[in-house]
Structures are given as C-alpha cells and as structure tokens.
Design a protein around this ligand. Structure first.
Ligand SMILES: Cc1cc2nc3c(=O)[nH]c(=O)nc-3n(C[C@H](O)[C@H](O)[C@H](O)COP(=O)(O)O)c2cc1C
Length: 503
C-alpha cells in the first residue's frame, strides 16, 4: 500500500523498527551532529527529534530518512526486503509500467490549518538545524521540494534544492546551473520579473526522492508521484502564488525570488563529502506566506561524506535509469548496473555485461560515461563480466585486479560535465566546471573468453549438490552456519543432526 503522507511514513517505519525518537536536542549542535553520526553507516534508524530546545513540543525534525534500503523501498511502494539488485530491477519495472497521474486539486488540506501572511511571516518559528559545524548557518530546506511554474508552458517543476534561513522573512536558495528550477527562474528574470516560488519543507519522502532525481524536463514530479502511488497527489492552491502545494505538506513557504538581489549563502557540507563550493552570493526568497500543519515536522535530508542520506537512494534509482538509457540506445547484453554508494551514486558507475562481440565492453563504458543519467559528475565507469555482481565491491575489485590490462583497457575522457561540488572539477573561474573521467574495461578479453583461466572455486552445480547433501551445515539462506557445529556422515549416506560443539 502506498504511503499517503509523512506521518503515515513515520508510523510505517516505526512498525518495522526503523525509527529512533530523541527528545531535548539542540538544533544548533545536537540534531545535525547526531544525524551525521547516524548516517556514517547505512541501515541505521531514522531520527525523529521532538521537544527541541527553544521550540514548542510537537515541532519536530525528522532526519536520516533514506539511509536504509527498506525505507527507500517503502517510499517507492516496492517490496521492503529487496536486495540492491532486486530494487534496481523493481524500479526499472515500475518505470516501464507506471503512467504519470495528474494531481487532484482540493479546496482544503491539513497544510492550510495555520497561516501567517506578510508582516506576520516568521520562518524562524520552525526548528532549522545547523547540520554540520562548518555550515554557514541554519538550513530549513534540505529534504524539501521547491515548486515553480514555467511562465511559457505552465509546467510545474518540484526540485530539491537547499534552503538557508537568513532572517524571519528571507531564505537563501542554491540551485546549480542546468537544474530545472534555475532554468524556470531565469525565464522570469529575463523578463525583469520576480519568480514566484513555493517551498515545502516536510512531506511524503517519495516527493523528496523524486525532487532529488533527474525527472525529465517538462515532466511534473507530482504526476510521477501519482504514478508511483497509483493515485493522484492532492494539492491545494497556494493563497499567494497559486502554486500547487501538497495538501498534506507539513510546512510550506510562498514568496518570490527577486532578480538582482543576492545574499551570501553557505558554506554547506555537500554530497561529495566536502565544502567544495564555499560561500558566495546566491539568490533569495522573499517569503510572503507561511502555511503549516498543527505540530509540524521539518524533513531533513543532509549530505556529508558518502554514502549519506542525500545520495544513498540514488544508487538503486540511478542504476535503473542508466540501465534503461543504455537499452534505449540499443546497447545489448546489460545484466546489471550499480551506481556505487561511495561515489554518492554518481562518481562511480559499474555495469555488468554478457559480452557478445569484440569492442562491446568499450561501447558500454563510453555510453555509460555519456548517457544523461550517468554523465553528470561521474569519474569512474567500470565494465565487468556477467559473473560479477556489480553491487559487490569485492567482486568488482577482484575483476579490476585480475582482468584489466592497464594499457589497453583504460581510457580517459577529458572536459566532461561536472559541478563545483566535485572537488576535482576544474575551470571554475568562469563558473563553468569540467572534470576528467576514466573508463575501465575489467572484462576478460573477448578473444580469450574460452581460454581465460578457469575459476578456482566450486561451480554452481557442485555447490548446489554439496549444500543439499550437507544441508545441516547451511542456514535457510544457503549461507554457512556460524554457530559451531559437529556433523557426521552416516553409513546410510545421511548426515546426522548437528550438535553444537562444547568448548
Ligand atoms: C537532499 C538533496 C539536496 C539537494 N540539494 C541541491 C541543491 O542545493 N542545489 C541543487 O542544484 N541540487 C541539489 N540537489 C540535486 C537536485 O535535487 C537534483 O539534481 C534534481 O534532479 C533537481 O531537480 P530538477 O531536475 O527538477 O532540477 C539535491 C538533491 C537532494 C536529494
């Protein structure tokens, strides 16, 4: 059953033991720090902060949201016990069969319960953490969606871009070049107009997930969310901007981004694990209205050294997108893709193939490094054979170690699409960034496929026979039992019940 809103999402993750509640934390020191510690390892619970120092009880912050596969799967209405590979396949399947569903406008919704307008506006009413101690201020928008309408086509875009609190009525907004929100904003500015904007800072994590993903230009993330949920997203019309705001959003701001008015923004700990883009003048939002539910929840989703909350979900989702794009480009033989979590789901993409012809692996590598889903801020592409699980780091490294010729199998592409957030990007003086990247063919050479040294381990058939004859040594998952056993083969060929060994 798809989740309806953030509160139901919290109940559902609580029910599967993936929520930790913390009372009394300080938003300047503790909330960000604890969130950081929790996201050092993936699979830790989400954090729900209440009774936050300086704020009324009930004004909450939820963080470390999408750092477990179960929570990513739940958000996408996919089976929660999926392995990484199953998640990639299930998301590909969903993308193929799902049709976007237009939003359902409604007159009223929980987000309209409380409203502040004009001089009553005060965004500091809500807890906005300083997420990392090196950050240049408090950020209320990290797991947000920033909603804008294209002035020409009427298309509504909802993208996730960071939002800093400057004062009671002013927010800072950082959008990288080429992002849809920036393209829309620039259209208003080119006409000398301020850009109307709405920002939701708490909502169903599915909206965050889609807001943070490269949904096609001209496609509304809300409609895709409707497709994923198999039912339309209910939206209310923002009283100041008329922009569609999720009816069950926790907190939303409306306002305008004026042209030619900038404010120092950042620094902010970023997804590649550094403070690479520093502190610079960036656009602001003049906030004209604040809408919020009773007992509102700020949704935090912070970057940091990857994998982190900002990037972990990208690995399965980007892998699916790359796989689809390779197939759409007519590249055959793809059996697996993994956008590695250590590279923030962008910097390292691994593709596993069934080699079909000479040059196939190089073709896959070049296409992966250049297709839309794989091109931005990539550094490494590794192509491996179909016996290598691309999600298994040891297998990939083993292929690199034993199947790569470091002269013939390595190619470098220069001056590729990157960002100032990539610490090894160059050319930033003009605000234009490039990087260099490497494509590694870690497959067995095509002409040696039949003669390449054979594998020094039991093959699948042999392993299955041993597991069945000596089943007592293995658990239900087929893995070796580690509880210290003794078994004996009897004369009748059966194995005795295992007995724990006493020391
Ligand atoms: C938690 C989170 C924070 C992000 N922060 C920013 C940001 O501050 N600026 C930015 O340009 N992109 C940011 N991104 C990446 C964009 O959300 C992503 O590229 C998305 O595709 C942009 O939407 P768009 O394609 O509609 O422009 C962030 C992503 C996530 C998940």
């Amino acid at each position: 059953m798809p989740v309806k809103d953030l509160r139901e999402w919290i109940e559902r993750i609580d029910a599967i033991g993936e929520l930790t509640r913390v009372d009394g934390a300080d938003p300047r020191t503790d909330i960000g720090g604890l969130t950081d510690l929790f996201q050092w390892d993936m699979g830790n619970p989400a954090l729900l902060f209440d009774r936050i120092a300086g704020f009324p009880a009930g004004y909450r912050v939820l963080s470390n949201v999408l750092t477990s596969l179960k929570r990513v799967a739940l958000s996408l209405d996919l089976p929660v016990d999926s392995t990484p590979t199953q998640l990639v396949t299930a998301w590909r399947d969903k993308l193929e069969h799902m049709r976007p569903r237009p939003v359902e406008p409604v007159e009223s919704g929980p987000v309209l319960a409380n409203q502040l307008h004009d001089t009553d506006v005060d965004v500091t009413k809500f807890p906005a953490p300083v997420w990392h101690s090196g950050d240049g201020g408090a950020y209320i928008g990290t797991g947000d969606i920033v909603i804008m309408r294209d002035p020409d086509s009427g298309w509504v875009n909802a993208g996730t871009y960071r939002v800093q609190v400057h004062d009671e009525r002013t927010l800072g907004l950082y959008i990288s070049s080429g992002k849809h929100g920036r393209l829309i904003r620039d259209k208003y500015w080119q006409r000398g107009r301020a850009c109307p904007v709405a920002v939701s800072v708490g909502h169903d994590p599915l909206l965050l997930l889609l807001g943070g993903l490269e949904v096609d230009y001209g496609t509304n993330e809300y409609d895709v969310a409707g497709g994923v949920r198999n039912g339309p997203l209910e939206v209310v019309s923002g009283p100041r901007t008329g922009l569609p705001i999720p009816a069950s959003a926790e907190i939303a701001f409306e306002g305008e981004i004026p042209p030619n008015e900038l404010h120092e923004e950042g620094p902010f700990g970023e997804w590649a694990g550094y403070y690479a883009s520093g502190r610079k003048p960036e656009p602001i939002i003049n906030v004209q209205s604040v809408l919020y539910r009773d007992d509102p929840i700020v949704l935090g989703c912070i970057p940091g050294k990857p994998p982190n909350d900002n990037t972990f979900f990208r690995s399965p989702l980007r892998s699916a997108l790359i796989w689809n794009e390779l197939e759409r480009a007519g590249v055959p033989g793809i059996v697996g893709v993994w956008s590695h979590e250590a590279g923030g789901g962008r910097l390292m993409n691994i593709v596993s193939i069934h080699q079909m012809y000479p040059g196939h692996a190089k073709q896959v590598g070049a296409a992966t490094a250049s297709c839309h889903a794989g091109a931005y801020a990539n550094r490494w592409v590794i192509v491996v054979d179909d016996d290598i699980d691309p999600t298994d780091t040891n297998e990939v490294l083993w292929a690199l170690c034993t199947r790569t010729d470091v002269i013939d199998d390595v190619d470098v592409l220069k001056r590729c699409w990157s960002t100032g957030l990539d610490p090894m990007a160059y050319g930033g003086q003009s605000g234009l960034y490039y990087n260099n990247r490497m494509i590694i063919d870690a497959c067995r050479p095509f002409e040696r496929l039949k003669t390449f040294p054979s594998l020094a381990r039991a093959d699948a058939q042999e392993a299955a026979g041993l597991r069945s004859r000596w089943s007592e040594l293995f658990g239900a998952d087929g893995k070796v039992r580690r509880d210290g056993l003794q078994v004996r083969l009897r004369a009748d060929g059966l194995v005795t019940e295992p007995t724990p060994v006493r020391h």
